[in-house]
Design a protein around this ligand. Structure first.
Ligand SMILES: [Zn+2]
Length: 300
């Protein structure tokens, strides 16, 4: 049995419609669906809603849908399905995100690296709003999808063979439980940058689970005529990644080999043949005494 999220339809700034479907159904009875979300494709996941649907043996379960509160930053969804035979046979849909249809089924040649190439198979992005629209399965989409997959694979292999450096991406939390130690409801901010509970983010846990990515550091183009006022720019590091998962301001990157940690300041995308392939982020290196060094990741 397989579950698919078939549509992610942002309705407004605070509402998104999700639809999902089951295929190859081999059981009948009461299916439980749990819609889960996270700020990182690596979780941790929280259950948004639970649905029970009774299925009595036709080929396909009717589409289920839900409205869930969305926030302006990227959110990842997946569906957990518990069939009538019980939790031992549970399964999950692929992970889907709001703006890019992050399909985790198609992954890089080395699944261990954790990088999953997005397959925008069923979704096209609206260039105006950058939000995903209803599934489109036209011929040009297929061609575009194959081209995109080809380019991403080639880029991934190049990163892996030539100059890719392993980074952990720590997505900063932007929903969940507010910090019980330092959250000030009046200013809606953390009052302590060295808080053990939220690491100064104001959200309990501070960051989502680390995602392992390959990136490459770009050589800074230092101009000889640079003025003293722009001295800061000289120390600015730029790192390029493939375009999924999306990096946002405030996220942390951990260079795995040396445990150097960087704060993401800004991001832009680059395209090849009009297909978005890379995102480049400007980062600033964190001092060793920074609270972000307490966030634990597996180092070599
Ligand atoms: Zn705190």
């Amino acid at each position: 049995m397989k579950a698919f999220i078939t549509a992610v339809l942002p309705v407004s700034k605070t509402r998104v419609d999700l639809q999902w479907d089951l295929e190859e159904v081999t059981e009948s009875g009461a299916f439980t669906f749990e819609l889960e979300r996270s700020g990182s494709p690596a979780g941790p996941w929280t259950t948004v809603e639970t649905f029970v649907d009774v299925y009595l043996g036709a080929d396909d379960l009717a589409d289920e849908s839900a409205n869930v509160l969305s926030l302006s930053r990227d959110i990842y969804y997946r569906i957990r399905v518990v069939p009538p035979s019980g939790a031992a046979n549970e399964f999950y849909s692929a992970v889907v995100n709001l703006d890019n249809q992050a399909e985790t089924e198609v992954c890089g040649p080395d699944p261990a690296i954790g990088y999953k190439v997005i397959d925008p198979a069923q979704f096209e992005t609206d260039p105006e709003t950058n939000l995903t629209k209803r599934p489109l399965r036209g011929r040009s989409d297929v061609r575009r999808r194959l081209l995109r997959r080809k380019i991403l694979r080639a880029e991934y292999i190049m990163l892996k063979k030539l100059n890719g450096i392993e980074f952990y991406l720590l997505k900063r939390r932007h929903f969940g439980t507010r910090c019980t130690e330092c959250y000030d409801p009046t200013t809606r901010e953390s009052t302590r940058s060295h808080c053990d509970v939220c690491y100064g983010t104001s959200w309990t846990g501070g960051y989502f689970n680390p995602v392992l990515l390959l990136g490459r550091r770009l050589v800074s183009q230092i101009q000889s005529d640079i003025s003293p006022q722009t001295k800061d720019d000289i120390n600015q590091t730029r790192i390029q990644f493939l375009d999924y998962p999306r990096l946002d301001e405030g996220d942390i990157l951990v260079e795995r080999a040396h445990n150097k940690r960087f704060l993401v300041k800004s991001r832009y995308f680059t395209s090849l043949k009009t297909i978005t392939v890379h995102q480049t982020v400007s980062v600033s290196e964190l001092q060793r005494q920074a609270k972000e060094f307490d966030v634990s990741v597996t180092l070599p």
